[in-house]
Design a protein. Structure first.
Length: 517
C-alpha cells in the first residue's frame, strides 16, 4: 500500500512528521509493508495532517490525523480505504476540492514534490518542451495572449513586461522571481515552492528563454526555511537532468538559477527594494523610471515576476494561450489561488477563476467563521488591502471591479474578522505596520505613518463632536497625502485599510465611553 503524508509546512506545524513516523512504526509492528510518500499539501488546512491511501478507486482521505490516531486507523483497515471517524472518502470528491478549478495547483498534493518522474507523469515539462520549439517572440506572444497579469499584487500584464525585456539590448539579462510572500494570510507561493517546485523552475526557465536571460534568482523570504530547502534541492535535481544549465532541455541555450534568502523586511517584496537586497545592499526602494525591465538587477534588463505568475506560465505554454484566457472575467483572465485565513472554519487554498465572490469563498468553501459568530469585515490583498463590509461581499473578484470600490485583489489573501473586531484598532495597526516597515526613502510614508498612529489615537480620544470631526478630517487629509505622494505601494496603500475601516465602520472610531478609557 501507498500512504501519502504531506511535507508542507502547514502539515509539519501540526505534527505530520510524527504521523509519518507513527504509520511506519505501526506497519512494522504489524508486519505490513507500507510505502510512505511525503507529498505536498492539498491545501485543506483544517484537515491537516491529511493522510491519503491509494486504493483501486482512487486516493481515500483521513484527517485531521494525529500520531495517536494511527493505531485505530490500522484497526479500521485504512490501508484498504476502510471506514473511520476521520475518513472523508475519495479525496478528489471532497467538495472543497471538487468545486475548484485547479490549473496552477493541479499537481499540488498529488505528487512527491522532489520526484522528477512524478512531475513528468503529471504533465510537468510540457510547457518548457513546447517553449524550446518556439522563438522568443512566439513565447512572449503566447504569454501576452493568455492575458496573464502579475499575481504578486500589481496585476501588470506579464507579456508586456517580458516584451520590454526581450526588446532591450544588453549582454546580460536576468529573471528574478519574487518569493518574498509577506502579505498577511497568504501562502500560495510557499505551497508552490514546497509542493511543486519544478513547476516554478519550469516557469522561470521559460521566462529566461523568452527574453534572452541566462541567469535567474528566486528571492525567498527567510521565514520559509522549508521552501528554501526544497527549492535548492529541486534546482540541483533540475540541473542534474539538464532542465537548467548550459543546454536547457536540449535547446542549446543556457539558463542558470539560484535562490537568495531574504532577511525579513516587508518592503523587500517591492520589486526595486528586492533588487537592492539581492545586490547585497539595504532594501530601499528605487525611484522609477528607469523601470527594472530596462535597468534592473545590476543595472541590466530584468524580468521580475511573482511565484504564481511564473508558475502559471508552464500550463499556458502547454495548453495554449486561449485555454488559459477562457477562464476568468473582464480583463482578469485565468485563475487565482485564493488563500482563506483568519477567523474562518475551513481555511486553505482555493484556486478559482476570477469572478468568484467573497461570500462564495467564505461560506461555500470556508464554512463561515471559526468562532461561529457573524463575520464583520474581510481584508483582501494583504495588510495594506481594504476592509470589505458585507455590502461588498457579492462583488466579483476581478481587478477592475475591486479597484472601482477602492479595494485590491492583490496576491489573493483573504483574512476574515468576526463581529468582535475593533476596526479602529485594525486601522491603527495598518499605520503602525507602515511605521515599522517603511524603507524611509520618502516623507509621506516615513513620517505620515507615525502621524497616522497619533491622529487615530486623538480621534478615539476626542471628547466633543467638533474635535472628532477635526481629527477625522486630518486623518483623511493625511491619507490623501500618503496615497498621492508616496514613492511606492507601501506608503501609497497604507490608507486603504484605514479609509475603508473609517468609511464602513464609523462607529468603531467613536470616542470610548469614559469608564472604558
Ligand atoms: Fe520607502 Fe515608504 Fe516611500 Fe515606499 S512609500 S519608498 S516604503 S518610504
Amino acid at each position: 500500500p501507498v500512504v501519502y503524508v504531506p511535507r508542507d509546512s502547514a502539515a509539519l506545524a501540526v505534527g505530520a512528521d510524527a504521523v509519518a513516523k507513527a504509520i511506519a512504526d505501526e506497519a512494522h509492528k504489524r508486519g505490513l509493508e507500507v510505502r510512505i510518500v511525503r507529498n505536498g499539501s492539498r491545501g485543506l488546512f483544517w484537515l491537516e495532517t491529511l493522510v491519503e491511501v491509494l486504493t483501486a478507486e482512487g486516493r481515500v482521505a483521513y484527517g485531521p490525523v494525529d500520531a495517536l490516531d494511527v493505531p485505530s486507523l490500522f484497526d479500521a483497515g485504512f490501508l484498504k480505504g476502510g471506514a473511520h471517524a476521520l475518513g472523508h472518502g475519495l479525496t478528489e470528491q471532497i467538495p472543497y476540492l471538487a468545486k475548484q478549478e485547479r490549473l496552477t495547483f493541479a499537481r499540488m498534493g498529488i505528487t512527491d514534490p522532489l520526484s522528477i518522474a512524478d512531475y513528468e507523469a503529471h504533465g510537468g515539462m510540457a510547457g518548457l518542451r513546447r517553449a524550446i520549439t518556439l522563438t522568443p517572440e512566439e513565447i512572449v506572444k503566447e504569454v501576452t495572449d493568455s492575458g496573464l497579469r502579475g499575481r504578486g499584487g500589481a496585476a501588470f500584464p506579464a507579456g508586456i513586461k517580458w516584451n520590454t525585456v526581450l526588446k532591450a539590448q544588453a549582454d546580460q539579462k536576468y529573471v528574478v522571481c519574487n518569493a518574498d510572500e509577506g502579505d498577511s494570510g497568504t501562502f500560495s507561493d510557499r505551497m508552490t515552492m514546497e509542493g511543486d517546485p519544478f513547476m516554478l523552475i519550469e516557469g522561470v526557465a521559460i521566462a529566461g528563454l523568452a527574453v534572452g536571460a541566462t541567469r535567474g534568482y528566486i528571492y525567498i523570504r527567510s521565514e520559509y526555511p522549508h521552501a528554501l530547502a526544497t527549492m535548492d534541492e529541486a534546482i540541483r535535481r533540475a540541473e542534474e537532468c539538464g532542465w537548467l544549465g548550459e543546454n536547457v532541455a536540449g535547446s542549446g541555450r543556457a539558463f542558470r538559477l539560484e535562490t537568495r534568502k531574504a532577511a525579513g523586511a516587508y518592503v523587500c517584496g517591492e520589486e526595486t527594494a528586492m533588487l537592492e537586497s539581492i545586490e547585497g545592499k539595504r532594501g530601499v526602494v528605487r525611484a522609477k523610471p528607469p523601470i527594472p525591465a530596462l535597468v534592473g538587477l545590476f543595472g541590466q534588463p530584468t524580468v521580475i515576476n511573482n511565484v504564481i505568475s511564473l508558475a502559471s506560465v508552464p500550463i499556458i505554454l502547454a495548453k495554449g494561450a486561449q485555454f488559459y484566457r477562457d477562464y476568468g472575467m473582464g480583463r482578469s483572465h485565468g485563475t487565482l489561488p485564493f488563500q482563506l485565513a483568519g477567523n474562518i472554519r475551513h481555511g486553505g487554498l482555493i484556486e478559482k477563476a476570477f469572478g468568484i465572490t467573497l461570500r462564495e469563498l467564505m461560506f461555500d468553501f470556508g464554512g463561515g467563521s471559526a468562532s461561529g459568530r457573524p463575520i464583520k469585515a474581510v481584508q483582501v490583498g494583504g495588510p495594506l488591502g481594504a476592509y470589505l463590509p458585507e455590502s461588498q461581499w457579492d462583488i466579483p473578484l476581478d481587478y477592475e471591479q475591486y479597484a472601482a470600490v477602492g479595494a485590491v485583489v492583490g496576491h489573493g489573501g483573504i483574512v476574515v474578522h468576526d463581529d468582535r473586531a475593533d476596526m479602529s484598532r485594525l486601522a491603527r495597526y495598518a499605520m503602525e505596520f507602515c511605521v515599522a516597515e517603511s524603507c524611509g526613502k520618502c516623507t509621506p510614508c516615513r513620517i505620515g505613518s507615525t502621524r497616522g498612529v497619533e491622529v487615530i489615537d486623538r480621534l478615539k480620544a476626542a471628547d466633543t463632536p467638533e474635535k472628532h470631526e477635526q481629527q477625522t478630517e486630518l486623518l483623511r487629509d493625511l491619507c490623501d497625502t500618503m496615497l498621492a505622494g508616496s514613492l511606492c505601494a507601501m506608503g501609497g496603500m497604507t490608507p486603504y485599510p484605514v479609509l475603508s475601516a473609517l468609511k464602513h465602520f464609523p462607529a468603531d472610531f467613536a470616542a470610548q465611553p469614559a469608564q472604558a478609557k
